[in-house]
Ligand binder design. Structure first.
Ligand SMILES: NC(=O)c1ccc[n+]([C@@H]2O[C@H](COP(=O)([O-])OP(=O)(O)OC[C@H]3O[C@@H](n4cnc5c(N)ncnc54)[C@H](OP(=O)(O)O)[C@@H]3O)[C@@H](O)[C@H]2O)c1
Length: 187
């Protein structure tokens, strides 16, 4: 089924976070992400999960990647622990890949069965918040792969964020998923 990677990166340096913080606050971009994953399956690394408000996203199933299989999610019914990314190779439903850096890189580099069909590349063009402590987490390696293996099919600007939709070059992509994303990205 369709795999969709979703991120918002800073235009100049591909940064998605500084330490535990996303260094901008664009409510429409947060809402765009929430809208995309409503009623969907979402996979994310443990640190991204722990950075979510209340460790949850309402109305979706979250798959948390961690090497600690004893990890206790905040919601036992809707959140699941996964310790091997290969679990997603033959995943039967649509899957939204929500980072962070290592998770994006693994999906983009570990073979065709994991490679996202669609990438929603949101690019923040404003200034980053200053004074935040921690490592700058950049996804430049993913952007190089995006440019080689994908083709841009749509773009829309909203509140300092350019929303770009990319699809895998030369491959069939589910039209229903694409249409839904196109509608949301123009909201
Ligand atoms: N701007 C954006 O679009 C965006 C998107 C995503 C995240 N973020 C931000 O980025 C920050 C965190 O990102 P991050 O890259 O440092 O961390 P992350 O990818 O969210 O989490 C890393 C952790 O995930 C687990 N993990 C990753 N791959 C795994 C695998 N193949 N098998 C098992 N476990 C695996 C490991 O957990 P264990 O240590 O438990 O083994 C690893 O330490 C947060 O602040 C978040 O808000 C921003």
């Amino acid at each position: 089924m369709t795999k969709v990677a979703v991120w918002c990166r800073h235009k100049e340096d591909d940064v998605i976070a500084i330490g535990r913080h996303i260094p901008w606050n664009v409510p429409s971009d947060t809402n765009f992400f929430i809208d995309m994953v409503q009623e969907k399956n979402v996979v994310m690394g443990r640190l991204t999960y722990e950075a979510l408000p209340n460790r949850t996203i309402p109305n979706c199933k979250i798959f948390i990647l961690t090497s600690n299989y004893a990890y206790k999610p905040s919601d036992k019914e809707n959140h699941f622990v996964v310790d091997d990314i290969n679990f997603f190779k033959d995943f039967a439903e649509d899957l939204y890949i929500a980072g962070g850096r290592g998770v994006y890189e693994e999906f983009l580099t570990k073979g065709n069965k994991l490679l996202p069909d669609i990438v929603m590349d949101c690019v923040y063009e404003g200034k980053m918040q200053s004074g935040l402590k921690g490592e700058k987490i950049a996804i430049s390696a993913c952007i190089s792969i995006l440019q080689k293996k994908y083709i841009k099919v749509a773009q829309f600007m909203k509140d300092d964020v350019q929303r770009n939709m990319y699809v895998k070059r030369g491959e069939f992509v589910d039209q229903t998923v694409m249409k839904n994303l196109l509608t949301l990205m123009q909201k």
